[in-house]
Design a protein around this ligand. Sequence first.
Ligand SMILES: Nc1nc2c(ncn2[C@@H]2O[C@H](COP(=O)(O)OP(=O)(O)OP(=O)(O)O)[C@@H](O)[C@H]2O)c(=O)[nH]1
Ligand SMILES: [Mg+2]
Length: 223
Amino acid sequence: MDNAINFKFILVGEYKVGKTSYVKAMMKQAVDEQYKATVGADMTFVTKEISGHPVKINLWDIAGQLKYVSMRSTFYRSASAAIIMHSLAPEDMSTAAAEIKGFVDSIRTETAVELNDGTEDKIPIFVVGNKSDLQLADGPTPQELELQEQLAEHGIAGYYKTSALTMDNIDESFDRMAEFVFEYYAANDLLDLQDDTGIIDIRQPASKSGAGCLGILGLRKRN
Ligand SMILES: Nc1nc2c(ncn2[C@@H]2O[C@H](COP(=O)(O)OP(=O)(O)OP(=O)(O)O)[C@@H](O)[C@H]2O)c(=O)[nH]1
Ligand SMILES: [Mg+2]
């Protein structure tokens, strides 16, 4: 996968919504029934083939506990895409909209995509409602419908419901998001798919705060 196209995805959300469980389920690892808080952040490499191209995603699972709030945004820089997770458990739904808005605002502040014409655009942000197994069976609640309306206002690129516990929609949701991101950068002409030197030059999303533009992925320039 030396010539893979690299993306950095950040996975954020309040503590205990199931971010680490989602990553584990996707990586076919056992999901802990017992909650064990993430400390700081964990990074997982996910490799995929999209439209015939090898793609490597650095997936950053960022701790949701309050004590990590101040360091969270350092992980946002140079992200290609963001996933905001919330819990669909009925007792968590009243706070979901506010949580999501908070994350959208801070992600938008810290990230942007620099387009070829020098302008900036937004990175794709997705929302995943996890713990769908705890939802009541009788259709979407008014809270859920209201939430989905708000997502459209935030310019969310996609909304998925998953259960890390039952594995429902885990692979499908991640595949859809990865494909969307690939298509988004390809459509904006930010992927060099014609490269025959084995080096893929992917434009780094710019950071509005100035720092960390080269970030974890590094910018590989062609000679
Ligand atoms: N019922 C149900 N429980 C889940 C699901 N996903 C995760 N859990 C449980 O929710 C708890 C928290 O899961 P984690 O994945 O550690 O949560 P997190 O979002 O990574 O939390 P932080 O690392 O503190 O930010 C654990 O007890 C999991 O077993 C799910 O889809 N359904
Ligand atoms: Mg975690």
